[in-house]
Design a protein around this ligand. Structure first.
Ligand code: OFO
Length: 163
């Protein structure tokens, strides 16, 4: 069993993961509304991945004999100015999540919670990959600027993401 402090902190992070899922689903809807089916698909899968991150914490809390306390999830943004803004916001969000996970890892050191260090290392590694992927998409979008044929090509590529 983990300490109450750790329990609260993991419940908070679980909420962030489910919020991430909600955020990506909102971004997905924006893409579909704007006829960017590939990006819509990519964002939808990203949303599912974030749900699985939330569930990983859920299962972990149960395995440790701790209390799962589901917190309210606020409404994500839904009005975006452009596709580039969507991706930019996604990168900003991932950076925030990374910082939160680092803080959580610091807490495991204070609380001497070695088991939680193991699982958090997984999340931290995952963030490196996620930030790199989103950043790559953003750089491509900046490169092609608003050339619609290139955006359509990229949209097709995004549509190839497998679950
Ligand atoms: Fe965006 O990845 Fe969860 O933690």
């Amino acid at each position: 069993m983990m300490t109450k402090k750790m329990e609260q902190a993991i419940n908070d992070q679980m909420q962030k993961e489910f919020y991430s899922s909600y955020l990506y689903l909102s971004m997905s809807a924006y893409c579909y509304e704007n006829n960017l089916k590939g990006f819509g698909h990519w964002m939808k899968l990203q949303s599912q991945e974030e749900t699985s991150h939330g569930m990983k914490f859920y299962e972990y809390m149960i395995a440790r004999g701790n209390r799962v306390l589901l917190e309210p999830i606020e409404q994500p943004p839904h009005a975006f100015k452009s596709l580039t803004e969507v991706i930019q916001k996604s990168l900003e969000h991932e950076k925030k999540v990374t910082a939160l996970l680092h803080r959580l890892y610091e807490l495991t050191m204070k609380e001497k919670d070695y088991a939680s260090q193991g699982i958090l290392q997984w999340y931290i590694n995952e963030q490196v990959e996620e930030e790199a992927t989103v950043n790559e998409i953003l750089q491509k979008l900046k490169l092609i600027s608003d050339k619609s044929s290139a955006i359509l090509y990229l949209d097709k590529e995004m549509g190839k993401r497998a679950p």
